[in-house]
Design a protein around this ligand. Structure first.
Ligand SMILES: NC(=O)c1ccc[n+]([C@@H]2O[C@H](COP(=O)([O-])OP(=O)(O)OC[C@H]3O[C@@H](n4cnc5c(N)ncnc54)[C@H](O)[C@@H]3O)[C@@H](O)[C@H]2O)c1
Length: 332
């Protein structure tokens, strides 16, 4: 199914987006509302921002519930009247999970099970959820396809792998239409550049615009399959709409199938900011220690996602970073 057909299929239905005040969630909410889908967001605003959703407050198809997925009754209440769920709420960041494993487990594992079980109890069959490339762990094979999971390297990865196991089990036991999306390093508008657990790309952009010192972990030769957020939104919409029964209980890579080193990314951002007249010459680029729990290279095999979900016409890295920087530079 292509994206246009997917939108038609779910048109005028009602989606619950957990974590909808966060980076990926708020981009998904925008797309769903623009395309005539009613949206309820459940978010406790721990890392997400209410301001990410402010533009939708006047939309009668939008409802915001401030609440925590670690409370089962909150999950049950939020599901009332909903046709399907996109579960994005989680505590991201590998370093955070190493430092605070209990918090990560509570939200990402217990909170996930709360949402999944509440969906089952409420008769909501379609449950699309955010997994992560971290489930490939220490496997150095490249590109990484489904079934190539290695030894896990962080509590965060453990919780995401657990999500996938629960997704598969609830499909088998209760015929739920669970679909896991393994995101690879997503970037784009509304991604938070602040805080010790911020992702690399928004942090780099911020440092360059502010003229501050930018620290690259290690030698910067490590590579990632950086994925513009529009691709993650597309994958969610395709998964919410698909009638391909082979996809239920399964997981899919969400990436571009191309990889870039951190050094290349820094250079691309610098060039883009110079082009937009927003590069601050006071910025110093230095190298620091490697991060614990990190892998050297990460590249996705997206062929299954293309074949089974119709995941095509992607926004590749260069286009994504160009759109993102232009948006940021016209905002300030
Ligand atoms: N951004 C990436 O590159 C990436 C990569 C792999 C996986 N993921 C996964 O994608 C999902 C979205 O990530 P993101 O980058 O948008 O992160 P984000 O932090 O911007 O969004 C997560 C949202 O979940 C909310 N949340 C956290 N704990 C909650 C709780 N207990 N109850 C209710 N809401 C809660 C936060 O307030 C936030 O709005 C997460 O599941 C994350 O693990 C992201």
């Amino acid at each position: 199914m292509n994206l246009a057909k997917a939108i038609q299929t779910i048109y005028s239905q009602h989606a619950l987006v957990t974590g909808g005040a966060g980076f990926i969630g708020s981009n998904l909410v925008a797309f769903l509302l623009e395309n005539g889908i009613t949206v309820t967001v459940l978010d406790n605003l721990s890392t997400g921002k209410r301001s990410n959703l402010a533009e939708f407050d006047s939309n009668t198809n939008f409802r915001f519930i401030e609440g925590d997925i670690t409370d089962y009754n909150t999950c049950l209440n939020a599901i009332q009247g909903v046709d399907f769920i996109s579960h994005q709420a989680a505590l991201g960041s590998v370093p955070r999970s190493i430092e605070f494993p209990h918090n990560t487990h509570n939200v990402n594992a217990t909170g996930f099970l709360n949402m999944l079980h509440a969906a089952k109890e409420s008769g909501v069959k379609r449950f699309v959820y955010a997994s992560s490339s971290s489930v490939y762990g220490d496997n150095v094979v490249s590109p990484k396809g489904i079934g190539m999971e290695g030894e896990l390297l962080s509590p965060y990865a453990v919780t995401k792998r657990l999500n996938e196991e629960y997704g598969m089990v609830y499909h088998k036991l209760h015929e739920m239409q669970t679909i896991g999306l393994r995101y690879f390093n997503v970037f784009g508008p509304k991604q938070d550049p602040n805080g010790v657990y911020a992702a690399a790309i928004p942090k780099f952009i911020d440092k360059m615009m502010m003229g501050e010192t930018l620290t690259i972990d290690g030698d910067g030769g490590q590579t990632r399959d950086f994925t513009f957020v529009r691709n993650a939104v597309k994958a969610n919409v395709l998964a919410l709409a698909t009638n391909n029964t082979e996809t239920y209980g399964s997981v899919f890579n969400v990436a571009c199938g191309q990889h870039f080193s951190l050094n290349q990314v820094v250079q691309a951002i610098k060039n883009g900011l110079i082009k937009n007249g927003k590069y601050n010459d006071a910025c110093r680029i230095i190298h620091g220690p490697y991060r614990a729990g990190d892998i050297r290279d990460s590249l996705a095999d997206i062929s299954l996602t293309t074949k089974q979900l119709g995941y095509t016409d992607l926004d590749f890295f260069e286009d994504g970073i160009d759109v993102y920087l232009r948006m940021l530079c016209t905002d300030v």
